[in-house]
Design a protein around this ligand. Structure first.
Ligand SMILES: CC(C)[C@H](C(=O)O)[C@@H](O)C(=O)O
Ligand code: SF4
Length: 482
């Protein structure tokens, strides 16, 4: 075991965050990292807490551990403790009992701050720039958007994290993804990240911590940056980070758990040092021209199987690698799609707006702007699930719930809902769902359900048209028809 030395020379943002939390280097090449926060949810957190308890260990510092109910609880309005998952009640009860016993703050179903773990942690200032945060959930990388070092772990790592306030980690390499250029109207962070994964592959970030940089990223609002970093795990990256800037400072000002007064000033001074040095070297650098990107939708069962709205489903033999050809064939069979078919000619059965990728207020605003004054196509089912109870309340104050329900959408309580079948909610077998979520794997939204990922505006427009369409194309087709 050696003590880590001070870092010298030009350094990346990720390396700064890492070295600020390195307790020591271990003989096996791993680093022991100090953890500022541990977040839990009732699906995996209950398991970690129960097994920590059974092993006779306590939580080292419960003030740094937080837990929410999001994955298993129903999102039907007035849900109470209901869950469609067969053993769901056991998870809910265990979460309550174990968090109470360990003195951990739980955002329970009726708590006004309850919501999806990755939505509520920044919303309340529980994660801040420069902090380390782990959670037994793969989309914890979302929090890198504000300059935190946040990554998903397994349940047994969560036990170690809670018992010791540290974790052993093997350091990934540094990748920078530089995104420059102005986004075309209607193109969002979701379209950006889907295009990135399509171009460099769902495995493109494996072994790396990714820093998103460039003028396009700087121009994104903080909530859109969460969308970008949320899908870093779908790019197989260890995590993603974005240097905090004045937008991030404004975002945190006044949040419940954000530092106040003199502590705020000290914190901000530190945040301003959290950026890659000019001469910092990255192990790999990718460049993306954002101005060429169009609204995107996935056609297959991997987030790399993407087309722009207006294109057609690719022929499997156009893929160079064997595994991509095979995966395309299998995806086409599962999705019941024929190569060569125009994506705009495919009808949808359902539309889902929600998940830690796209359920924040700005996402709901973007979808509502499309939905306003229009109605869902006959036979299409639409569901909107705000990411947190706070988002729900803010949306209702602006009348967004009314816009959605007037158009025929269901307006739900917050949680993971139909992002993931684990909670038992589904649109049903063979239903084609356009969804603002992050995973389109086989069975992700229920047995034999067909998922197509897209941005909130595209999902809203497609629900109205009853087929895949972007908001811009919907407006154009309506003006031609009138
Ligand atoms: C249940 C949980 C462990 C899982 C994850 O790790 O991401 C879920 O949130 C998901 O999105 O698949
Ligand atoms: S919303 Fe979906 S992706 Fe996000 S944590 Fe919940 S299940 Fe996972």
């Amino acid at each position: 075991m050696t003590t880590p030395g001070a870092i010298s020379g030009a350094t990346t943002l990720f390396d700064k965050l890492w070295s600020e939390h390195a307790v020591c280097e271990l003989d096996n090449g791993e680093t022991l990292l100090y953890l500022d926060r541990v977040f839990l949810h009732e699906r995996t957190g209950s398991i970690a807490l129960q097994s920590l308890h059974a092993a006779g260990y306590g939580v080292r510092d419960a003030r740094k551990v937080f837990c929410t109910m999001d994955h298993i609880v129903d999102t039907f309005p007035g849900r109470g403790d209901a869950t469609l998952m067969p053993s769901g009640t056991d998870f809910i009860t265990a979460t309550r009992n174990e968090t109470r016993a360990a003195n951990i703050r739980l955002f329970d179903v009726d708590d006004p701050n309850q919501g999806i773990v990755h939505v509520i942690s920044p919303e309340q200032g529980l994660v801040l720039p420069g902090l380390t945060l782990v959670c037994p959930d793969s989309h914890t990388c979302t929090q890198g958007a504000i300059g935190a070092l946040a990554w998903g772990i397994g349940s047994s790592e969560a036990e170690h994290a809670m018992a010791t306030g540290t974790l052993r980690v093997r350091k990934p390499k540094n990748m920078r993804v530089v995104i420059d250029g102005a986004l075309q109207p209607g193109v969002t962070a979701k379209d950006l990240v889907l295009n990135l994964i399509a171009r460099f592959g769902a495995n493109g970030g494996a072994g790396y911590a990714v820093e998103f940089a460039g003028s396009t990223v700087r121009d994104l609002e903080v909530e859109a940056r969460f969308t970008l970093c949320n899908m870093a795990v779908e790019f197989s990256a260890f995590t993603a980070v974005i240097a905090p800037d004045e937008k991030v400072e404004a975002y945190f000002q006044g949040r419940d758990f954000a530092p106040k007064g003199e502590h705020w000033r000290d914190a901000v001074e530190h945040w301003r040092s959290l950026r890659s040095d000019e001469a910092a070297r990255f192990d790999r650098e990718l460049h993306v021209d954002a101005s060429t990107i169009q609204p995107a939708v996935t056609w297959g069962t991997s987030p790399e199987q993407v087309v722009s709205i207006g294109e057609s489903i690719p022929y499997p033999d156009t893929f160079a690698e064997d595994h991509r050809r095979e995966s395309a064939q299998r995806a086409l069979a599962y999705q019941d799609l024929a190569p060569g078919k125009y994506i705009a000619d495919i009808s949808v059965d359902a539309a889902f707006i929600g998940s830690c990728t796209n359920s924040r207020l700005s996402d709901l605003q973007a979808a509502a702007a499309v939905v306003k004054g229009r109605s869902i196509a006959p036979g299409v089912r639409g569901v909107v699930v705000p990411g947190s109870r706070r988002v729900k309340k803010a949306a209702e104050q602006e009348g967004l719930d009314q816009i959605f329900t007037d158009a025929g959408f269901e307006w739900r309580d917050s949680g993971c809902s139909m992002c993931f079948y684990a909670g038992g909610e589904t649109f049903g077998a063979h239903q084609r769902v356009i969804s603002t979520t992050n995973r389109n794997f086989e069975g992700r939204q229920g047995p034999n359900t067909r998922t197509h990922l897209a941005s909130p505006a595209t999902v809203a427009a497609s629900a109205i048209a009853g087929s895949f369409i972007s908001a811009e194309m919907l407006a154009e087709s309506e003006s031609l028809a009138s």
